[in-house]
Ligand binder design. Structure first.
Ligand SMILES: [Fe+2]
Ligand SMILES: [Fe+2]
Length: 282
């Protein structure tokens, strides 16, 4: 089983330094096969926020796969948002907006879902186009048959009732069909600042809360610790308890010919994770 530390929505600029230090130390101790960072590294895409995020990422164990979120676009300078939307990202984080990591028994593919504008009022929403889907299908198709196939994207493919109004990533149904035919096993996302896990179109979807920022949406700071093979996936929600991140609940999934589904011992546990404590501990 490979192991993943899935962190999201760091929002440097509104981050809580003790949590950042603890998270970094926990992930270094865990020595995962992959750190997946699903976007919103900054609060306002300011240079100093990107610099702090870059310093944090450099201290994490390799390999780290990072994708941008909507907060990593400069909303505070319209000219820059439209003409040089990713200048600070490229300067501080990576030349690449969509990278991938190929491990011994997995492939992880990053997709940029954040957009500088949209045909709707809420520009925080994201989408994936058919060229991006084509790249994912090509990379996934070139991996070993038993490799765990992971997609990392900021915007969600799964919504619980509590966050229904936030909206799925654009074209979610169409894209999920394509991802399923590419036999993607696991989608990792953020944006909602709520931990969740479930299946969408036979693919396991894990959402992570905000790991270290004060922008909590009704649950403590959190990240996901994941173990995965091409047959089984187990997701543990790690929540801040005031001193450290502790296991708050877990979900297990199994793959059959029909795709991924909750494991039998999981079927009667709803919600997937324990209800969040009202004490954020910070
Ligand atoms: Fe966020
Ligand atoms: Fe976001």
């Amino acid at each position: 089983m490979m192991r993943i530390a899935h962190i999201s929505d760091l929002h440097f600029g509104t981050h809580l330094p003790p949590l950042a230090e603890t998270l970094c130390a926990e992930i270094r101790r865990m020595r995962p096969d992959l750190v997946a960072l699903s976007g919103d590294l900054t609060q306002h895409a300011r240079p100093r926020e990107f610099a702090a995020a870059a310093t944090f990422i450099r201290r994490l164990p390799d390999p780290v796969l990072v994708v941008p979120g909507n907060h990593d676009l400069p909303g505070w300078r319209p000219w820059r948002r439209f003409v040089h939307p990713w200048r600070e990202w490229r300067r501080h984080i990576s030349e690449d907006l969509e990278s991938s990591v190929r491990g011994r028994d997995f492939i992880a593919i990053g997709v940029k879902t954040a957009r500088r504008w949209g045909m709707h009022l809420d520009w925080s929403r994201g989408r994936i186009n058919l060229d991006q889907l084509g790249r994912v299908v090509r990379l996934a198709g070139a991996s070993e048959p038993d490799a765990v196939r992971i997609l990392v994207a900021h915007h969600p493919f799964l919504l619980s009732d509590a966050v229904r109004k936030r909206g799925l990533v654009g074209r979610a149904d169409e894209i999920l069909d394509g991802l399923r035919s590419a036999r993607i096993d696991l989608i990792l996302g953020g944006h909602l600042h709520r931990s969740d896990a479930g299946t969408a179109n036979g693919i396991v979807v894990a959402q992570a809360g905000t790991a270290i920022s004060s922008r909590r949406k009704g649950e403590p700071n959190a990240y996901n610790r994941i173990q995965a093979s091409s047959r089984q996936i187990r997701i543990e929600a790690m929540r801040w308890d005031g001193k450290r991140f502790a296991v708050a609940g877990s979900s297990s999934f199994q793959r059959s010919e029909l795709g991924w589904a909750p494991a039998a011992h999981n079927l009667h546990s709803s919600p997937q994770f324990e209800p969040p404590s009202s004490n954020n501990g910070v």
